[in-house]
Design a protein around this ligand. Structure first.
Ligand SMILES: CC(C)(COP(=O)(O)OP(=O)(O)OC[C@H]1O[C@@H](n2cnc3c(N)ncnc32)[C@H](O)[C@@H]1OP(=O)(O)O)[C@@H](O)C(=O)NCCC(=O)NCCS
Length: 403
């Protein structure tokens, strides 16, 4: 086993482990996923999430006549616990809870009595999660909508439960996990507006469109993130939750951030962004002209089309590339923008064939250390890079090996 690679991967996943602990995830499992060959591994991954402190409500889509057997099968899989750990033979607590969905959907409102009934279910679900169990829910189908050509109940139930529990995520197992492949670009990160655009303009089929609209509705009603994850690809759920690039499609709420390459029209915006940190000696001063000639190296982060951060990636040597001009606008700090920009620059460096990235910094040594950058001596740098080093500035050199 390559311990080194394993350790790097594990370290990189630690911020996500911390982020997800204690959060509520509502996971919609279509019948096709419950019957899939990989269901055993999916349940192992869900059990792992449980051990890592994620609170889960699993919404199962089942035909009415198979409902009891599907629930029983899931319980059996969970009862095996996690193999090869101290949790072996220790069942993951799973509690079955009914949730009678009414005609209330993301398209119309239910009656008051059905609302009260649903509130009771929600309270019970919250209690199950607080007691440290996983809730298994297989919504019963209301007569009023039983006759539809596709089963809307489970979609509305998942969205309603996620909303009512204040879930951090609503995850939908689906094939394919990325709805549109546009010129071979996989939509791994979509704003709610972009997601709506796809639902409205792509031919997804009636049932999928309905499901996606329910997911969109939940995101717009306060669920922090929606995710579409493959049930066919082994480990896709873990990759989506614990890696920077993910594996499926993430739908982000309105606090959506885009990161893109800078273009000619961005010079002034980036120049302005840099000024506070230049004045406070955190960044090296740049003239507008120099910046303009360097634009192809810069990635710009925008929030609702407003520039909120940037990072540059310089390729003086292919194997070892330099991160520079990393900043999050003062009003937008501590919102993960710096980390996402850094991740983007590292992904780009990997694509360009680099095995290492390095940075010179005066005031953010601890921040980079948290992202696995290590202090290094100047001898570690390629000759070309050393030639650009400003000795008078007395910055610290930090290097990260890319996994
Ligand atoms: C360094 C910088 C890019 C981080 O961006 P950010 O979007 O605020 O950072 P994130 O949201 O990803 O991370 C926030 C965490 O890092 C910590 N942090 C932020 N700046 C830090 C610093 N300079 N040193 C140590 N920790 C720092 C925050 O306290 C927060 O900690 P928490 O998660 O425990 O609450 C941003 O602070 C910045 O623009 N600094 C000025 C410019 C600069 O120094 N750039 C680096 C030179 S190349």
């Amino acid at each position: 086993m390559d311990f080194h690679r394993f350790a790097r991967w594990f370290r990189d996943s630690s911020p996500y482990i911390r982020e997800h602990r204690g959060k509520v995830f509502v996971i919609l499992m279509p019948d096709a996923s419950l019957q899939h060959d990989r269901i055993e591994n999916i349940v192992k991954d869900l059990a792992l999430l449980h051990v890592l402190g994620v609170k889960q409500v699993l919404i199962l889509e089942t035909p009415m006549d198979e409902r009891a057997s599907r629930i029983e099968a899931m319980k059996k899989l969970f009862a095996r616990g996690l193999p090869s750990s101290r949790y072996r033979n220790q069942a993951i607590p799973v509690i079955e809870e009914t949730y009678a969905s009414s005609t209330a959907s993301h398209q119309n409102q239910g009656s008051e009595s059905s609302h009260d009934q649903q509130q009771k279910h929600i309270n019970r679900l919250a209690q199950i999660l607080d007691e440290g169990s996983i809730a298994l829910v297989a919504p019963t189908i209301d007569e009023a909508i039983r006759n539809r050509s596709y089963d809307t109940t489970v979609d509305d139930s998942a969205a309603a439960v996620a909303q009512a529990l204040g879930a951090d995520k609503l995850i939908v197992f689906h094939e394919p996990a990325s709805l549109v492949h546009d010129a071979n670009v996989v939509n791994s990160d979509l704003s709610t507006d972009a997601f709506q655009d796809i639902i409205e303009h792509q031919d997804l089929g009636e049932a999928t469109a309905y499901r996606m609209r329910a997911l969109l509705h939940a995101c717009r009603q306060g669920v922090n993130r929606g995710h579409i994850v493959s049930y066919e690809n082994d480990g896709a759920l873990l990759a989506e939750l614990f890696t920077a690039d993910g594996s499926g499609t993430q739908i982000s709420t309105d606090d959506y951030l885009t990161i893109r390459r800078a273009t000619d029209t961005d010079t002034d915006a980036i120049f302005d962004l840099m000024q506070t940190d230049i004045e406070e000696d955190r960044l090296v001063p740049r003239t507008r002209d120099l910046l303009s000639s360097d634009l192809t190296t810069i990635f710009l982060a925008e929030h609702d089309n407003v520039p909120v951060g940037c990072v540059a990636l310089y390729s003086l040597s292919q194997g070892m590339q330099e991160i520079g001009t990393l900043l999050a606008a003062p009003k937008h700090r501590d919102r993960n923008i710096g980390s996402r920009l850094l991740g983007r620059a590292e992904t780009e460096a990997r694509k360009r064939g680099a095995s290492h990235v390095y940075v010179f910094t005066k005031h953010a040594v601890d921040w980079f250390t948290r992202h696995d950058y290590l202090p290094a001596s100047l001898d570690s740098l390629p000759v070309d890079a050393l030639a650009t080093y400003d000795h008078g500035r007395q910055s610290t050199l930090l290097i990260k090996e890319l996994a």
